[in-house]
Every structure is written in structure tokens, then in C-alpha cells.
Design a binder for this molecule. Structure first.
Ligand code: C2E
Ligand code: CA
Ligand code: CA
Length: 638
């Protein structure tokens, strides 16, 4: 393409028919005219100068294609003119043919040395003149074409090179962009964006590689699952930005605890995974000791407070270890078992680590079953409420009933609340389940109130988690009261200290709203947490329920006896009433009556019973009169 272009340009110059211009310099007008005539016949344009000076001026103004220069002229002679011209023009640029009468060859050689292109001698032979002129012009033109072609070629090459460079550059940039994108994709596919740690997919791959290697070399790598304790609480309380920051700091601390050959990965949320490579201490005992050290180091490292957005936060971690091959000979089993061990750590009070043991799995499987069955329990109508009487110690009347949830699972049979309530709380299922409890209890309260016990109050257990579910709890209660046309004193809420421990804006707001509605709050299991009575007063708690563990000890431990007495006295001074739960014997009852504890609840009177049975209790109670003595008659029901 380029070659065709160059050739066509030369062709253009040749065929352009440009009229060539020759300057004749001679002092003789006759000679000038004679030469002019000849040249014009050859279609050449002619300019004339009669002396050297004029000739130079003409050349500088409008350079001709050729000069015919007379050597002998008055003033500036031809040789001087030639020498001057050669300072500005090369032979190629401007051919000069000397017209000389000098015959001697040495002078001609000298003239050629000075830069003459050719010569003709006087008297001029016009055929020779024409031949030399046209020869010079041809040479000049050819040179010009060549130069043009060359410069064109150079231009083309330059352009080509530039184009190539450019596309090279573009290509390079494109490659760079693509590499970057690939790198990014690779990162996204394999690394966690927030912490920069390997993600689940890369970790799984690394685990697979580690196990392959370990099988070949008889190594015992260890898989660790780690879950931050209370992370959700911090995330909910301080916001996601703080949560993110915390996760980054946590991953930094974790990485610090691991060796370079180990893998620290984030699985998502506040879950991390560590692959601890075997450093070839093959004895089982030593292997566990080594891992134990790492566990201790991690727990220790997390015990320092995290400074997040100016807050000093205490975040601990729970870990589970599973060692290859004894705790699992493939990555799936190892993962599952490390997870099971981690759950054990949680159950043991968090902030600790556990090694997997086979008996843990049975529990974990049970837990998993419970969780999946729990999801359908409401729909399958597997829940019922049992009611346990709460008796006024002075009148002997059943004045309240604690609603206690019972779950008769179609698949798993009877499951105790102590087993399923914590799972419901963890999974958040307690929110819909709790709402069902509230609705059912309100319906029941309405029924008893309409059938002869107009002051009957049902106490309902409420978990911390229900308080955190926005205004749902308040709305559910409002709706249930309204639907059953009940006043607010028909129910009372039993809260554990956990609700206060997990105090959030949301739970505070809910408590204030409930207070406004006239719903009375009771603090449950008092003495098992950290709340002091005066602290509870801040939240308008109406009553305190002394935990069963103290009541069962009052006749055995002086310490507990003193404590119960003190709680009753203090509660009274703060205007709160006291309920004692777990009363099983007459001795305990007598003690509590003596100490003026207003409300008594326990097996001594009745276990929690279904609603119909409870109605029977109420009826018997009405007949039995009002002395405390008669309470024992109620207990006969069981
Ligand atoms: P809690 O609130 O402390 O309930 C009292 C527990 O003590 C009940 O166990 C009750 O059956 C038992 N109890 C009552 N009197 C005696 C006694 O004299 N001796 C002994 N040894 N035990 C007695 P239950 O029904 O198994 O409930 C266990 C826990 O489950 C409850 O402890 C409560 O924390 C939770 N729970 C039960 N129902 C609900 C519910 O509807 N919602 C929520 N959030 N939690 C519930
Ligand atoms: Ca309770
Ligand atoms: Ca209790």
C-alpha cells in the first residue's frame, strides 16, 4: 500500500508537466537571446541576467532549475558567482553550466572543482548546449524525485512506526488492564474484600492441598474454626462500620498468632478458619500441645480490648480444633468437626477453645435436628402453653400463672425448653415463637377472667432477642391485648438480666413504651446475673423473682438464707414485690411466709399444667378457702 502511494506521488511530479526554469547569465544580449530561443523551443521558461550581481539576486528570489553562467563578465565574473551560489546550493539543488570561451582543459577542471555541474564552450554549439542542459535538468529532476520518494518513504516509515508504537502502546495498556482485571477477579474469587484474607473458596482449596500433602508425608495438620463472641451485639449497637473495623482488627490479630505457613481465612460474618500445618512433631500428644499453645495465644491476643471508633470493646473468641486424620480424614469431616468443637466452646461459656471429640457430634446432630424441626413447629401446631400457679402467700389465692412453653415435636418427641429456647434465641426463631406465646397467653387470660377469675394475670417469659426485634414486641402485645379486650394488668413480662445486659437503644425504647402502656415487668432468675436491685429500679421493674437455686438452698445454706432475706428486705424498701420460685417443701414455704415474701411458685403447689388442669386448680382453690394452710390442698393435684 505504502509503495504504491510513493510511486504514484513520483508519477505525479513527473507527469505534472511543471514548466522548468533556466536562468541565463551573460553580458552579451545577443548570446542570451540566442540561447533563450533554443531553450524556449524545448518549452523551458527563461530568465536573464546581464551580470553576476543581478544573477545572484534572481536566484535568491526565485531559484531556477538550472543556471547557464558565462564565465567572463565585467564586474563579478562567472567563477565568483558560482562560488557564492555553492555556499547556499548544492549541485543537486541547483545545477550550474558554465559557458566559457576558455579552451584549456585545466581551467575547465578548476571550474568543475568550484562546483560547476558541466560546461559548454563558446562559440556555443546549440546542439551540445541543449544536450547538456536537458541532461542536467533530467539529473536534477530524477534526484528530486528520488529525494521526494525517499522523504515520502521516511514519512511513511515514521508514520508506520508511530502507528505501530501506538498500537503497541494500546496493546500494552489493554494487556495491563486485562491483567489487572484478571488479578481483581482472582482476588474477588479468592480473597475476602473486607479483611484481605483468603475466603472460603481459597481456604477450601488450600485445605484440600494440605490434606493431600499430609497423606503422602504422614502429617497431622489441624483445622480451627473461630467465631467471635458477641459480635452481633457490637454490630447492632455500634453500627456496621464499627463492625467492619472490628473484623479487620480481629483478622490482624489472628494472622499475628499464626505462622507464615498457616492459612488464616474468613468464611464470612464473624467466622474464621485456620489451617495449622504440621511442623512434623508426629506424636499425637505433642501435636495437641502445639495446637493448644496456638489456642492460648489467640485467646490471650483477643483478651486485649479493641479500640474501635474511640470505644474500648471487649471481644472474645470461641475456637474449635479438629486434627487430621484422627478427627476426620477428609476436608468435609474436618470442617464439620471443627465447627462442632467450636460450638462446644460457645456452650462452655465462650472465650475458650475445644478439641473435637466424637461424642460432641451426637449433640451437634441433635442440635441441628432441633433447629430444623423448630422452624416448622408453629405451623405444625406442636407448641402448647403450660401454666404454673403463683400464689399470694397471705390470701392463699392463685393470683397469677406463669406461662411455660411446651414443645411436643412430631419427629423428636417432647423437647424441654432448656434445650430448645437457647436454640430459638440463637436463630432468632424466638421472635415468632414468642409472639405465639403472647397471643396464646392473652387468649387464656381472657378466658379465665371471663369465667370467674377477673383479676387473673399471666406472666410471660420474654427473651432479650425479642426486645431487639425493633418494635415488634410492643406491637404484638398491643395487638394481643386489644384483640382480647384485656387491660394491661392481665399480663406481666418476665425478663432475665440478659435483657438488661444486652441493653440497646431498641430495648430501652421498648421498655419505655411498655411502661407507658402500663405493662408490669418482672426480673426473672434474680441472683444469677449481675444486676443490682437499685439498678433494676431504674427500669421500673415491678417485681423480682428470686432464682430457684437460692430457694432450694435456704434451709441448707446460711449464706443463701441471708441473701434471700436481704433481697426481700431491699425489694420492699424499693417498692418492688418478691416472687420466690422453685418452692418444693413446706419448710421453704414456712420460711418465705415468715419473711413476708408476697408470691410463691413451685412444685409444692403445682407443676406447670395444661390450661384445663389449671382451671381445675382454680376451681379447687376457690372452694378451699383462703388460708395459706389450704394451699397444700392444691399441691395434692400433682
Ligand atoms: P424459668 O422462667 O425460670 O421458668 C421456671 C422453670 O422452673 C420452669 O421450667 C418450671 O417448670 C421450673 N419449675 C417451676 N417450679 C419448680 C420447682 O418447684 N422445682 C423445680 N426444680 N423446677 C421448677 P421449664 O418450664 O422447663 O422452663 C425452663 C426455662 O425455659 C424457663 O425458666 C424459661 O427461662 C424458659 N421458657 C419457658 N417458656 C418460655 C417462653 O415462653 N419464652 C421464653 N423466652 N422462655 C421460656
Ligand atoms: Ca420465668
Ligand atoms: Ca426462673
Amino acid at each position: 500500500m505504502t509503495d504504491i502511494k510513493v510511486a504514484s506521488e513520483i508519477q505525479e511530479v513527473i507527469s505534472s508537466g511543471r514548466i522548468l526554469n533556466v536562468l541565463i547569465v551573460d553580458d552579451s544580449k545577443v548570446i542570451r537571446s540566442a540561447i533563450r530561443e533554443i531553450l524556449e523551443l524545448g518549452n523551458i521558461q527563461v530568465t536573464e541576467a546581464s551580470n553576476g550581481k543581478d544573477a545572484l539576486e534572481l536566484v535568491y528570489n526565485n531559484t531556477p532549475d538550472l543556471v547557464l553562467l558565462d564565465v567572463v563578465m565585467p564586474g563579478m565574473d562567472g567563477i565568483s558567482v558560482l562560488r557564492t551560489l555553492r555556499k547556499s546550493y548544492s549541485k543537486m539543488q541547483l545545477p550550474v553550466i558554465l559557458v566559457t570561451s576558455l579552451g584549456s582543459s585545466s581551467e575547465i577542471v578548476q571550474a568543475l572543482d568550484f562546483g560547476a555541474s558541466d560546461y559548454v564552450t563558446k562559440p556555443v554549439d546549440f546542439d551540445v548546449l541543449w544536450a547538456r542542459v536537458s541532461n542536467q535538468l533530467m539529473q536534477k529532476q530524477t534526484a528530486e524525485y528520488l529525494r521526494l520518494a525517499q522523504s515520502n518513504l521516511e514519512k511513511q516509515i515514521k508514520q508506520r512506526t508511530a502507528e505501530l508504537n501506538n498500537s503497541n502502546k494500546q496493546l500494552k495498556e489493554e494487556i495491563e488492564v486485562r491483567l489487572l482485571a484478571e488479578d481483581q477477579l482472582q482476588k474477588q474469587a479468592n480473597y475476602d474484600e473486607l479483611t484481605g484474607l483468603p475466603n472460603r473458596s481459597l481456604a477450601t482449596d488450600r485445605l484440600y492441598q494440605t490434606l493431600l500433602k499430609s497423606k503422602r508425608h504422614n502429617l497431622q495438620p489441624c483445622l480451627a474454626f473461630l467465631d467471635l463472641d458477641n459480635f452481633k451485639y457490637i454490630n447492632d449497637t455500634f453500627g456496621h462500620a464499627a463492625g467492619d473495623e472490628l473484623l479487620r482488627e480481629a483478622s490482624r490479630r489472628l494472622t499475628e498468632c499464626a505462622r507464615e505457613s498457616d492459612t488464616v481465612a474468613r468464611l464470612g460474618g464473624d467466622e474464621f478458619l485456620l489451617i495449622l500445618e504440621d511442623d512434623r512433631t508426629n506424636k499425637e500428644q505433642q501435636r495437641e500441645t502445639g495446637i493448644r499453645h496456638i489456642g492460648e495465644r489467640i485467646i490471650e491476643n483477643f483478651s486485649k480490648p479493641f479500640i474501635i471508633e474511640g470505644h474500648e470493646l471487649n471481644v472474645t473468641a470461641s475456637l474449635g480444633f479438629a486434627i487430621y486424620p484422627k478427627d476426620g480424614d477428609d476436608s468435609n469431616k474436618l470442617m464439620r468437626h471443627a465447627d462442632v468443637a467450636m460450638y462446644r466452646s460457645k456452650n462452655e461459656g465462650k472465650n475458650t477453645f475445644c478439641f473435637y471429640s466424637p461424642e460432641m457430634s451426637a449433640k451437634a446432630i441433635m442440635r441441628m435436628n432441633v433447629e430444623s424441626e423448630l422452624r416448622q413447629a408453629i405451623e405444625n401446631k406442636e407448641f402448647t402453653l403450660h401454666y404454673q400457679p403463683i400464689v399470694n402467700s397471705k390470701t392463699g389465692h392463685i393470683v397469677k400463672a406463669e406461662a411455660l412453653l411446651r414443645w411436643d415435636c412430631d419427629k423428636l418427641g417432647m423437647i424441654t425448653p432448656d434445650c430448645f429456647i437457647p436454640i430459638a434465641e440463637e436463630t432468632g426463631l424466638i421472635v415468632p415463637i414468642g409472639a405465639w406465646v403472647i397471643k396464646t397467653a392473652c387468649k387464656q387470660a381472657k378466658q379465665w377472667r371471663d369465667s370467674g377469675w377477673p383479676d387473673m394475670c399471666i406472666t410471660i417469659n420474654v427473651s432479650a432477642r425479642q426486645f431487639q426485634a425493633n418494635s415488634q414486641l410492643v406491637e404484638t402485645i398491643k395487638k394481643a391485648l386489644k384483640e382480647n379486650d384485656l387491660p394491661s394488668d392481665a399480663i406481666q413480662l418476665e425478663l432475665t438480666e440478659g435483657v438488661l445486659m444486652k441493653e440497646t437503644d431498641c430495648s430501652q425504647k421498648s421498655m419505655a413504651q411498655l411502661d407507658e402502656m402500663g405493662i408490669k415487668l418482672l426480673i426473672d432468675d434474680f441472683g444469677t446475673g449481675y444486676a443490682s436491685l437499685s439498678y433494676l429500679q431504674r427500669y421500673n421493674f415491678d417485681s423480682v423473682k428470686i432464682d430457684r437455686s437460692y430457694i432450694s438452698n435456704i434451709l441448707i445454706s446460711k449464706q443463701d438464707e441471708k441473701l434471700v432475706k436481704a433481697v426481700i428486705a431491699m425489694a420492699r424498701s424499693l417498692g418492688m414485690s418478691v416472687v420466690s420460685e422453685g418452692v418444693e417443701s413446706k419448710g421453704q414455704l414456712d420460711f418465705l411466709i415468715k419473711e413476708n415474701c408476697e408470691y410463691i411458685q413451685g412444685y409444692y403447689f403445682s407443676k406447670p399444667v395444661p390450661s384445663e388442669e389449671f382451671t381445675t386448680l382454680l376451681k379447687k382453690m376457690s372452694k378451699a378457702g383462703h388460708s395459706v394452710q389450704s394451699l397444700k390442698i392444691v399441691s395434692g393435684v400433682n
